[in-house]
Design a protein around this ligand. Structure first.
Ligand code: FES
Ligand code: FES
Length: 213
């Protein structure tokens, strides 16, 4: 059995050992950080030029940068949200050359020469886009995190229907699709709202389209 003195010694030993481990652990991240910096310096970069909300931008980016990260981290346009970063929630939806895309699923360097519209380009608090107005009018949000993506998607959806693009629920492929709740639900199904504001979102979109849901 240990005497109190022996116990004290072994306790000190443990403390000293612990301190040494902490010191070693503190050194590892420093070395790792230097390695990470060297690795980052060696990464391939490329120039990309595109128009965002009417302003021309030229960026030199790590070729793996998503369009979402280019917008948020490099251009500081944080209206476009990062939800899942895996193409599953629609929070990052932007309009590229008139078509909506999940900006987390596409590389920025693939958009050289493209015209990109984010929520900041649709309207401003003083001069809102009709869809933004309708979302406010119909209470189409709660926390608002999904809302920029919902609005960009909704604007593009009305454009798709107007252009005659059918969806999975279009019954008659020989006739022009109509703005109905079923069409909107189907086309907006990639935009998830955790707050469940779906009914009001449908009301907002049908309002802008000038039809009853
Ligand atoms: Fe892009 Fe969720 S953040 S789809
Ligand atoms: Fe909160 Fe849609 S308003 S996630």
């Amino acid at each position: 059995m240990q005497t109190p003195g022996e116990f004290e010694l072994s306790r000190r030993g443990v403390l000293a050992g612990g301190a040494a481990s902490v010191a070693t652990a503190a050194l590892v991240p420093i070395g790792a950080a230097a390695e990470a910096r060297e690795a980052a310096a060696a990464l391939p970069t490329a120039k990309v030029a595109f128009d965002v909300n009417g302003t021309a931008h030229e960026l030199e980016l790590d070729t793996r940068t998503s369009l979402l990260d280019a917008l948020r981290e490099h251009l500081k346009l944080t209206g476009t949200k990062k939800g899942c970063d895996h193409g599953q929630c629609g929070a990052c939806t932007v309009i590229v050359d008139g078509r909506r895309i999940n900006s987390c699923l596409t590389l920025a360097v693939m958009h050289d020469g493209d015209r990109i519209t984010t929520i900041e380009g649709l309207g401003t608090p003083d001069k809102m886009h009709a869809m933004q107005d309708a979302f406010v009018e119909h209470d189409g949000y709660q926390c608002g995190y999904c809302t920029p993506g919902q609005i960009c998607s909704a604007v593009a959806v009305l454009g798709e229907i107007k252009a005659g693009v059918p969806s999975h629920v279009t019954a008659d492929l020989t006739a022009a699709p109509k703005v109905t709740a079923a069409e909107i639900r189907e086309r907006m199904s990639g935009n998830i709202c955790r707050c469940g504001a779906y009914s009001n979102i449908i009301d907002a979109i049908t309002d802008v389209a000038g039809v009853k849901a």
